[in-house]
Design a protein around this ligand. Structure first.
Ligand SMILES: [Zn+2]
Ligand SMILES: [Zn+2]
Length: 304
């Protein structure tokens, strides 16, 4: 709740006129408690998860010719029942685990210093904080994900996420409840280390979800704006990880590619990329004997 009764009081306290965005924020949040604002996070997460994958589901189910050429594993297609089962299962975990956790996480949000007041952060502040959040999350996620690929971690927990060998957008958070909880740690670590405004926190939660959905989309679009993000992994990078499955010791990072490069866990993938021209053709024609997009690199990994 803002400590000002009127716009004028807020402007007097800040020492300048409020911007348009600050006026909007004032009119929305002035009478709402910080706890109530904090609870919006789960709503934004639900909305991003439910709405962003819908165009991808449409493409998956409609077999559109112009779009299909961008599908990474075109031979593997899911039915509407498969897609709905995936959505239902993720929503069940969200409602039973993530939602209640967010409802009781308010003291932590307050403790780390995420603020709700005025002035609002500048565009640069938001951008730099989001950048830190992505880098911190990517690094933490890399090591947790790599640990989950040990025998026990995979069989007891991570196997669920790998049920989709050709992932779809809705499968981004499809995982064992324990994995959803564990991977929440690197997601919250960035905002805890560099706390910002509640609006930045909401943006982070939505953008992270959108990024994970794109990474699990199963489509590699050459026009995606993420192509301009340095070291960005994208769908093909992570699709390879899902294709190889439980035995995969490659492409663990969630956002960028540099961790896999530095720690040498992208060798199979890079080998595959070097041969991509020829192999992609084989894969699309279904000629697995001649390699297929991933087949030869899978053998390469096994023989490493
Ligand atoms: Zn994995
Ligand atoms: Zn995945």
């Amino acid at each position: 709740m803002l400590p000002y009764g009127t716009l004028h009081e807020a402007e007097m306290a800040i020492g300048r006129d409020l911007t348009f965005a600050e006026r909007l924020w004032f009119s929305y949040s002035a009478q709402k408690s910080d706890y109530y604002l904090c609870c919006h996070t789960i709503l934004f997460l639900f909305l991003a998860f439910s709405l962003v994958p819908l165009p991808l589901v449409f493409m998956e189910l409609k077999n559109l010719k112009n779009i299909d050429k961008y599908k990474i594993q075109p031979k593997l297609r899911l039915s509407s029942a498969d897609v709905f089962r995936c959505y239902k299962e993720v929503m069940r975990i969200f409602l039973l685990v993530v939602g209640p956790l967010q409802l009781v996480s308010y003291p932590t949000v307050k403790f780390v210093g995420i603020r709700t007041g005025l002035p609002l952060p500048s565009g640069w502040e938001i951008f730099l904080q989001l950048l830190v959040y992505f880098v911190v999350e990517d690094y933490g996620n890399y090591w947790i994900h790599r640990l989950l690929h040990c025998k026990w971690g995979y069989e007891k927990i991570h196997r669920v996420h790998h049920e989709f060998t050709a992932p779809i957008g809705f499968a981004a958070p499809y995982a064992h409840w324990a994995e959803v909880l564990i991977l929440g740690i690197p997601s919250f670590l960035g905002p805890a280390l560099v706390p910002g405004h509640m609006i930045t926190f909401w943006l982070w939660i939505v953008l992270r979800q959108v990024e994970a959905i794109e990474t699990h989309s199963g489509y590699e679009f050459p026009w995606s704006p993420t192509k301009y993000v340095p070291f960005y992994g994208g769908a093909e990078h992570h699709d390879y990880h899902h294709y190889v499955g439980g035995q995969s010791q490659s492409n663990f990072a969630s956002v960028f590619t540099y961790c896999d490069y530095i720690y040498g866990t992208d060798k199979g993938y890079r080998y595959q990329k070097e041969h991509l021209g020829k192999l992609k053709e084989n894969w699309r024609s279904g000629d697995k004997q001649n390699g297929g997009l991933y087949h030869i690199s899978t053998q390469y990994i096994k023989s490493e």
